[in-house]
Design a protein around this ligand. Structure first.
Ligand SMILES: CC(C)(COP(=O)(O)OP(=O)(O)OC[C@H]1O[C@@H](n2cnc3c(N)ncnc32)[C@H](O)[C@@H]1OP(=O)(O)O)[C@@H](O)C(=O)NCCC(=O)NCCS
Length: 204
């Protein structure tokens, strides 16, 4: 770990990531962002996203973008360019034994990840969300604020579980799904799409 961190994206999600980076011991934290005006907060917008190459070597990197496709595109670009992408885990998250956390994962305050779970690269476990034992969360999926994933659930790639949604135990959700806020998933989802309601059904 270096003591300097460059975060791609200075939106709300990026700024939450910056606060975690600070708690993880980074001494200097900068943002690279194409749109943000320099806000008077603690961290500086040092340049545009494509300025990232200037910082390779001296800085660790994190992709602080919530939108799945944009996060994945930057992740792939930075990885190919040799940037050191790290994970950020809030000190008030609870991480069980034998939890595997791959590269570029964000775990926010109050999240609980229980034993045997694997979080693949670029995933987000947001504030007060939980992922119970023996789950897999595949690449670039996002467990939103207050969502709960019960034991032995398998979540595909690029899946977004909306705020407060619940996935009961032993469920499989295929790639590229969006689960609406507050939905309860009680059956496997085998066709990509948006699912809402209790029990969750595909949204037409
Ligand atoms: C599911 C979702 C993507 C649908 O968005 P959308 O396609 O723009 O849908 P709309 O807002 O146009 O709503 C269409 C209909 O679905 C209903 N609906 C929307 N979201 C719903 C949800 N989560 N549960 C139940 N019904 C929902 C609306 O009430 C509306 O019903 P109506 O036609 O009877 O009025 C969105 O509402 C949602 O749940 N987003 C989650 C956001 C989130 O959790 N963010 C987390 C950030 S950490």
């Amino acid at each position: 770990m270096k003591d300097k961190m460059a975060i791609i994206g200075a939106g709300g999600h990026g700024r939450v990531c910056a606060d975690i980076a600070k708690l993880n011991g980074y001494k200097e934290i900068i943002f690279l962002d194409d749109g943000a005006k320099d806000f008077s907060g603690e961290y500086k917008v040092a340049g545009k996203t494509f300025d990232f190459e200037k910082y390779i070597g001296e800085y660790d990197f994190f992709i602080g973008i919530g939108t799945t496709e944009t996060r994945k595109n930057f992740f792939d670009l930075l990885e190919k360019s040799g940037a050191q992408i790290v994970s950020l885990v809030h000190p008030n998250a609870i991480i069980g034994s034998n939890v595997e956390i791959k590269k570029g994962v964000a775990i926010m305050a109050g999240a609980v990840i229980n034993t045997g779970t694997v979080l693949s690269k670029g995933t987000i476990i947001n504030t007060c969300a939980s992922v119970d034992h023996d789950c897999t969360v595949e690449e670039f999926s996002h467990v939103s604020v207050g969502a709960h994933v019960c034991g032995t659930v398998s979540i595909g790639k690029n899946v977004w579980l909306g705020a407060g949604s619940t996935i009961i135990n032993n469920i499989k959700i295929c790639d590229d799904c969006f689960i609406g806020a507050g939905a309860v998933v009680v059956k496997n989802i085998e066709k990509n799409g948006t699912y809402i309601g209790v029990p969750a059904k595909i949204k037409n």
